[in-house]
Design a protein around this ligand. Structure first.
Ligand code: ATP
Ligand code: MG
Length: 402
């Protein structure tokens, strides 16, 4: 079937009252980004729905891309008919023919935003129900749970017909939820955490700590690749790479071994918070999941979180590893995450980190070392990269924000 347009429904954003205009505009941008390879598509953004005029673009390809856009509740490929009964009948016939199978059930759902049309919704339902039954005697009516729901929408400019409703990704349009800093390791969890925040409309910047020469260029590249995957969802993501060797070595030399992991996490959070402040972010996102490892007990989080009042969002906190892996696989980050390159935390990790560290103790241990200049040097050395889809292939876009 050759469709003329796709009708996009908003879902949650339709409840946002006064902000609706802004939400619709962000969604329009999100769709435009996702459809950048389909230049002929024209977007007609209305208050309650969007019409994507295909202008010859392939509806199947466009649909595939729309499925990943946050803020879309559902969408339907549709055909356009003039506002006279003969044209509408011809369109309905063509559409039903494309999905017809003997024994299937159907119903008609009419909508009429233009009250000047000659039939009301009941009238349309009855007339087209009878018309379809006459032309497709193999079909039966079922108004409760039909196989085919033929939507006929009468609008001022034309009539749109569709018989398929495709589920969208849900969530909120990107950029409607403020900006947050994603702490990204090379692991499985943090990219998934980032993805889930994007689903709620949050725009991300990424922060990664690396410790050369203990961590390699390949380990750094792996993180860039992960951020690049995330950027396919959102467009450009700014990535801050923090040189962390001096901080980690100082901790290793000066802090009792069973508290080194707690101190390490505290400094990571502190530095991330400094970047957040400079960049105008409102929250920090991590891939922590309760009880997964020693640093992810409530006692640990309590001792680590103490360094900042900034909201630390942990979208995976209640999830099992298997659930997280499933999302990583769908997102396409899993295969990158499982590459075996060393992480700055794993190489310095003590053999028996405290699972129930005490906040007062870690503060006490840290107080013997003058960490401020070391932290300042780490921040000074930050390398900032703007990562976009295809970034690694092009290897450009390096600059320094600090
Ligand atoms: P992940 O799979 O994301 O690495 P994990 O289960 O391995 O998570 P940890 O290694 O304990 O857990 O890390 C917990 C969280 O701390 C990570 O999800 C990430 O948000 C942050 N984090 C860990 N290492 C780094 C790093 N090198 N740079 C930035 N953030 C990090
Ligand atoms: Mg990890």
């Amino acid at each position: 079937m050759k469709y003329d347009l796709i009708i996009v429904r908003y879902g949650e954003i339709s409840t946002k009252g006064r902000n609706r205009g802004k939400f619709v505009e962000k969604l329009r941008k999100g769709i435009k980004h996702a459809l950048s390879a389909h230049r002929s598509v024209k977007i007609d953004a209305g208050r309650d729905r969007m019409l994507l005029l295909l202008n010859g673009e392939d509806s199947i390809e466009v649909s595939k891309k729309l499925k990943n856009v946050f803020g879309i509740q559902s969408f339907s490929p549709a055909i356009r008919a003039e506002r006279d009964l003969t044209s509408i009948k011809a369109a309905a016939h063509g559409l039903m023919e494309s999905v017809y199978e003997e024994g299937k059930t159907f119903k008609i759902t009419a909508k009429r935003s233009d009250k000047t049309f000659e039939l009301d919704t009941d009238g349309i339902n009855q007339m087209f129900g009878a018309f379809i039954l006459t032309n497709f005697p193999g079909l039966k009516v079922n108004v409760k749970k039909p196989d085919i729901n033929l939507l006929i929408e009468v609008r001022k400019e034309a009539v749109y017909l569709s018989c398929e409703t495709i589920h969208g990704a849900g969530g909120l349009p990107l950029g409607t939820g403020g900006r947050a800093m994603l702490m990204i390791s090379g692991g499985i969890d943090s990219p998934v955490a980032g993805f889930m925040m994007m689903k709620r409309g949050v725009e991300l910047e990424a922060v990664h700590f690396h410790s050369p020469p203990f961590t390699s260029e390949r380990a750094k590249q792996k993180v860039i690749d992960l951020v690049e995957k995330l950027s396919e969802v959102s467009g450009e993501i700014v990535l801050h790479i923090v040189p962390f060797t001096e901080v980690q070595q100082t901790i290793k030399n000066q802090i009792p071994e069973n508290y080194s992991m707690t101190a390490t996490r505290r400094f990571m959070l502190k530095i991330t918070d400094a970047i957040r402040e400079k960049q105008g972010g409102l929250a920090i996102v991590t891939g922590e999941s309760l009880g997964q490892v020693a640093s992810q007990t409530l006692e640990s989080m309590y001792a680590i979180n103490d360094v900042t009042n900034t909201p630390v969002l942990r979208p995976l906190i209640t999830m099992d590893k298997t659930e997280i892996i499933k999302i990583a696989e769908n997102l396409g980050t899993y295969d990158i995450s499982i590459l075996p390159y060393e992480d700055c935390c794993t190489i310095f990790v003590p053999s028996s980190p405290k699972t129930k560290p005490k906040k007062d103790k870690v503060i006490h241990y840290e107080s013997f070392v003058e960490f401020e200049p070391i932290v300042a040097r780490a921040i000074e050395g930050i390398e900032t990269i703007r990562v976009t889809p295809g970034f690694s292939g092009r290897n450009e876009g390096l600059d320094d924000l600090f």
